[in-house]
Design a protein around this ligand. Structure first.
Ligand SMILES: CC(C)(COP(=O)(O)OP(=O)(O)OC[C@H]1O[C@@H](n2cnc3c(N)ncnc32)[C@H](O)[C@@H]1OP(=O)(O)O)[C@@H](O)C(=O)NCCC(=O)NCCS
Length: 152
């Protein structure tokens, strides 16, 4: 459980500055605003973790039929390690199931052991590797493809 009080709510377009701040602080290669903004206004599932009025974490997932893909999840560095990422991921699993999702997928950098540990602890398994998928600090980096199935 999180030690700090957070509420989860849907992201809206007005949250884009806060989301980009988290994106840029938490990722080595942040996504562009032009890639994230449509997810805040369109059909994607996009959820904020809010502490004392401040968006401190978020996730974005997309659904096609019964397949749900987690495309982004991030928590501000100073709020990491307090259970917020897990609350976001569990919320994604809950919402995906409620929306008829059965098969969940994500991609994660091979070096991102913290995220992989979180995903494994919530039931995700490694399905494969996309070699050289991500730009890295020193050349390209592999993506680990992970997935899980909800109770059918
Ligand atoms: C991945 C991320 C969202 C996790 O958020 P968080 O709030 O720090 O996670 P939690 O505190 O809920 O921890 C959940 C689990 O993650 C794992 N974890 C978190 N930090 C870790 C670390 N530094 N080292 C190893 N495992 C770690 C643990 O398994 C932990 O469970 P435990 O506390 O029972 O041991 C966060 O680290 C982050 O924003 N990282 C940068 C963005 C990113 O890499 N996103 C994923 C892209 S695929």
């Amino acid at each position: 459980m999180s030690q700090i009080a957070i509420e989860l709510r849907e992201l809206v377009a007005a949250d884009i500055a806060a989301v980009m701040h988290i994106e840029q602080r938490s990722h080595s290669h942040p996504a562009a605003e032009s890639n994230i903004l449509p997810s805040l206004t369109g059909a994607d599932i996009s959820i904020a973790a809010v502490n004392d009025g401040q968006v401190i974490g978020f996730y974005i997932a997309s659904q096609v039929l019964d397949e749900v893909t987690l495309t982004d999840i991030a928590v501000l560095p100073e709020f990491q390690g307090q259970g917020i990422g897990r609350r976001l991921l569990v919320d994604m699993l809950t919402r995906a199931e409620a929306a008829g999702g059965k098969h969940l997928f994500l991609e994660v950098r091979a070096s991102n052991m913290a995220a992989q540990a979180l995903y494994r602890s919530e039931g995700f398994n490694e399905l494969g590797v996309r070699h050289g998928y991500y730009p890295g600090a020193d050349g390209r980096e592999d993506a680990v493809i992970m997935g899980t199935s909800l109770a059918l």
